[in-house]
Design a protein around this ligand. Structure first.
Ligand code: CO
Length: 437
């Protein structure tokens, strides 16, 4: 596969998106700016809606999930909805506000694990903090996003002299004991939560007492970069699944004139922890928004249920590319490769929602647009991961297919994917949302 300039351009845009989005809330803010720049109007779930064909809208739930769309010209009962679903969150660590402590002269932060990170990849890197800061004003509270612009924390390994087996048995980290990072050395006065608040407050230009609460994440400040002889790879944190958020938004914002079909991009939080939150894939978020898009145009509940029966959800998430050093971990007839186009994900236990009908529809659509496809099945002797696909299919009874792009190092602090593939995905999603599936 030759990497064309167009492919490099799409991936460069994705890399900027990744750099701007160290947490799910930052990603939603990045997307909000992109949508506003493309004439999408923010609407609140608390207000009465008034949307008509041609309108471009988006709504944010709890600052980490976003649904955006364009109302099509054809009646929704005739076409149904074309939905692309993905998730905004990534595995990592969470730090609550009471977590500061001192030990043996170090200042440290207690952590909780979020999702399933490859823990060893977080060690011995120069890291920092970002998160949601809740500020108090006279008129109530406000959520602000913060990201430190200096390297603040590190999770140092113990020397090999204290762990001689590390290369034989792998780096074993006790979740409670070995994961708190260091953030400084203790001084003559104890370092407390108030000191951490002061540090955040000065960046946000508020006073420390205005900060009522905060929740932080450890983030990797290293920017995304191309690598390989011909720039055929790129590496970054959070490729799973901001790559698909970026693809969906790029496709949606590239639509110039109002399409026939009503198209919706639904980006959920909490996929990495099971989707059961107010704005995760298991919540009623998508169903409520789709129903309201119909009610605001004077359709009935029955019309909505008819539209659901005609709708299609494309669930887009990271897929596993074959790793040359671990070929035996993959199913031989279902090896997917970087830069070989979009992956259709299949699983007998429906951990992925695709079935033979939806697979055929995806393949035909891709073929028409000259986009290469490949198929993935997980080894049957290992538990398969899942996506929001089966969850939205189960919740709403909508026809769903699971697709994605191949990557290696999934859930590492720094993942790697192919530089050609996002170009294919954006084109495919554009084809999907404007098709008559
Ligand atoms: Co994912």
């Amino acid at each position: 596969m030759d990497i064309t300039q167009e492919m490099i351009n799409t991936t460069t845009d994705l890399m900027q998106f990744l750099d701007d989005s160290p947490t799910a809330a930052h990603a939603v803010l990045t997307m909000k700016k992109l949508l506003i720049n493309n004439d999408f109007r923010e609407i609140s779930e608390k207000d009465e809606w008034d949307l008509k064909p041609g309108d471009k809208f988006f709504t944010i739930r709890n600052s980490t999930a976003l649904i955006a769309g364009i109302i099509g010209n054809s009646p929704i009962i005739d076409t149904g909805f074309h939905v692309i679903g993905a998730h905004t969150d990534s595995p990592g660590f969470r730090i609550k506000s009471n977590s500061v402590y001192e030990k043996e002269g170090y200042i440290q932060l207690g952590v909780e694990i979020y999702g399933g990170p490859i823990l060893a990849t977080w060690t011995d890197r120069d890291l920092t903090l970002a998160g949601k800061i809740i500020i108090h004003h006279n008129h109530g509270i406000e959520t602000r996003l913060w990201r430190s612009n200096k390297n603040l924390v590190r999770l140092p390994n113990v020397a090999i002299h204290m762990d001689r087996e590390v290369n034989d048995s792998g780096l074993k980290l006790d979740f409670e004991k070995h994961l708190p990072p260091v953030i400084g050395m203790a001084g003559s006065q104890p370092f407390t939560k108030e000191n951490l608040k002061q540090l955040i407050a000065s960046d946000l230009q508020v006073t420390a007492d205005q900060i009522v609460e905060f929740e932080l994440e450890i983030i990797d400040p290293q920017k995304a970069s191309f690598l390989g002889i011909s720039n055929e790879f790129f590496a970054s944190g959070r490729i799973d699944n901001l790559m698909m958020c970026h693809a969906a938004l790029s496709a949606l914002t590239s639509i110039e004139k109002a399409p026939d079909v009503t198209m919706v991009v639904s980006l959920f939080d909490a996929e990495e922890i099971g989707s059961a939150t107010m704005n995760g894939g298991g919540s009623p978020f998508l169903g409520q928004i789709l129903e309201r898009l119909m009610l605001t145009q004077d359709y009935s509940r029955e019309d909505f249920l008819r539209a659901i029966a005609k709708s299609f959800v494309l669930s887009a998430d990271g897929a596993h590319a074959v790793h040359p050093n671990y070929v035996d971990k993959y199913k031989a007839k279902h090896l997917c490769r970087l830069n070989q186009g979009l992956v259709i994900k299949l699983n007998a236990k429906q951990r992925y929602a695709s079935g033979p009908e939806t697979t055929a529809q995806i393949e035909l659509l891709a073929h028409k647009a000259e986009i290469p496809t490949q198929k993935y099945i997980h080894r049957t002797d290992k538990p398969c991961g899942s996506t929001i696909g089966p969850i939205t299919a189960t919740n709403y009874g909508i026809t769903t297919a699971d697709i994605g792009l191949p990557m290696v190092s999934m859930h590492s602090i720094r993942e790697m994917a192919g530089s050609a593939d996002q170009y294919f995905m954006v084109r495919f999603m554009k084809e999907f949302i404007t098709s008559d599936l």
